[in-house]
Write a protein that binds this ligand. Structure first.
Ligand code: ADP
Length: 296
C-alpha cells in the first residue's frame, strides 16, 4: 500500500508553513478562541506572516473575533483563499461556509474529519511564518486526526488554555496526557481569566440595606472618591488568587506561559473583532508572546 494521498497532499500544502501551533483546551468557554485570535493578532503585529485556522467545527467563533462575520471563502486555481484581516493575517473557518450563523452544525466524526483534512489540504496560505490552529475543546477522535494530519508535516506543539479553577485544571491534566500519548510537544499552558483587571471607576457600587435590598450608590461612591482621593479612580482592581495552573505545570513538567486576567476590555475587543494586544494591561502580554516565540 502506497502513502496516503491525503497526507501527501497536506504535507505538500504545509511545506510553505514554518511553524504550526495547535491551541487546545479541556473545556469550552475558557477563552481558547479568544487566545488564538489574540495570538494571531500579536504575531501579525510583529510583522510575521500569519494564518489562523479555526477547526472548532461545532462553535466557530473566530470570524466574529477577527471582525470577519458574513465573509465568504473564494476559490482560486491555487485552492481555497483565506479571508484576510491584514495582508499578513489570513483566516479560515468553517464559520465562513455556514449559510446561517445561528444554525447548529451537527456532523458525525467522519464528516468532521473530512472537512478538517480538506482545510489542511486545500487552503492556499502561501508562505507563512505561523499557522495557529484553534482546535475544538476536549480530546476526541477529531483531535487524534488533527494531530496525525499535522504530524505528517511537522508540528511545533500545542498551547493549552485553561482557567484557574480546579474543574478546568483537571481537564488540563487530561490534555497534557493526551499530548504525551500522541507525541505532541506541550509548548505551554496559559491561565486565562486569572484575576480581574478593571479600573475602579468602571465599578458599580451597591449598598445592602437592612431589609436585604441592594441600592446603587455608585454616584455617591465616585463623588466621595473624586473629592477625597481622586487617584483611587485610576486604580485597577486585580485579584491574583488562583494561579493553580503554574503549580500544576511544575508538577507535570510542562512550561507555564503566563496569565491573562479577566478583563472587560478584552471581552469587548473579542466582541468587536479587534486586537487587544496593544493594551499592555490585558490581552496577551508581550512577555508571554515572547516566551511562546522563544519556544519555537
Ligand atoms: P472557548 O474558545 O474556550 O470556548 P471563547 O474564547 O469563545 O472560549 O471565550 C468565551 C467568552 O469569554 C467570550 O465571550 C470571550 O470574549 C470571553 N473571554 C475570554 N477570555 C477573556 C478574558 N481574559 N477576559 C474577559 N473575557 C474573556
Amino acid at each position: 500500500k502506497g502513502p496516503d494521498p491525503d497526507l501527501v497532499g497536506i504535507a505538500e500544502r504545509m511545506a510553505t508553513v514554518k511553524h504550526k501551533i495547535l491551541v487546545l483546551s479541556g473545556k469550552g468557554g475558557v477563552g481558547k478562541s479568544t487566545f488564538s485570535a489574540q495570538l494571531a493578532f500579536a504575531l501579525a503585529a510583529k510583522d510575521f506572516q500569519v494564518g489562523l485556522l479555526d477547526i472548532d467545527i461545532c462553535g466557530p467563533s473566530i470570524p466574529k473575533m477577527l471582525g470577519l462575520e458574513g465573509q465568504e471563502i473564494h476559490q482560486s486555481n491555487l485552492g481555497w483563499s483565506p479571508v484576510y484581516v491584514e495582508s499578513n493575517l489570513g483566516v479560515m473557518s468553517i464559520g465562513f461556509m455556514l449559510p446561517n450563523p445561528d444554525e447548529a452544525v451537527i456532523w458525525r466524526g467522519p464528516r468532521k474529519n473530512g472537512i478538517i483534512k480538506q482545510f489542511l489540504k486545500d487552503v492556499y496560505w502561501g508562505e507563512l511564518d505561523f499557522l495557529v490552529v484553534d482546535a475544538p475543546p476536549g480530546t476526541s477522535d477529531e483531535h487524534i486526526s488533527i494531530v496525525q494530519f499535522l504530524q505528517a508535516t511537522g508540528i511545533d506543539g500545542a498551547i493549552i488554555v485553561t482557567t484557574p479553577q480546579q474543574v478546568s485544571l483537571i481537564d488540563v491534566r487530561k490534555e497534557v496526557s493526551f499530548c504525551k500519548k500522541v507525541g505532541l510537544q506541550v509548548l505551554g499552558v496559559v491561565e486565562n481569566m486569572s484575576g480581574l483587571c478593571q479600573p475602579v471607576s468602571d465599578f458599580k457600587f451597591m449598598k445592602v440595606t437592612e431589609t436585604g435590598e441592594q441600592r446603587d450608590v455608585t454616584e455617591w461612591a465616585i463623588k466621595c472618591m473624586r473629592e477625597k482621593a481622586p487617584e483611587m479612580l485610576d486604580l485597577v482592581v486585580f485579584d491574583s488568587s488562583g494561579g493553580g495552573a503554574a503549580k500544576m505545570c511544575s508538577e507535570m513538567g510542562v512550561p507555564f506561559l503566563g496569565k491573562v486576567p479577566l478583563d472587560p476590555r478584552l471581552c469587548k475587543a473579542a466582541e468587536e473583532g479587534r486586537s487587544c494586544f496593544d493594551d499592555s494591561k490585558c490581552g496577551l502580554s508581550a512577555s508571554a508572546l515572547q516566551r511562546i516565540i522563544d519556544k519555537l
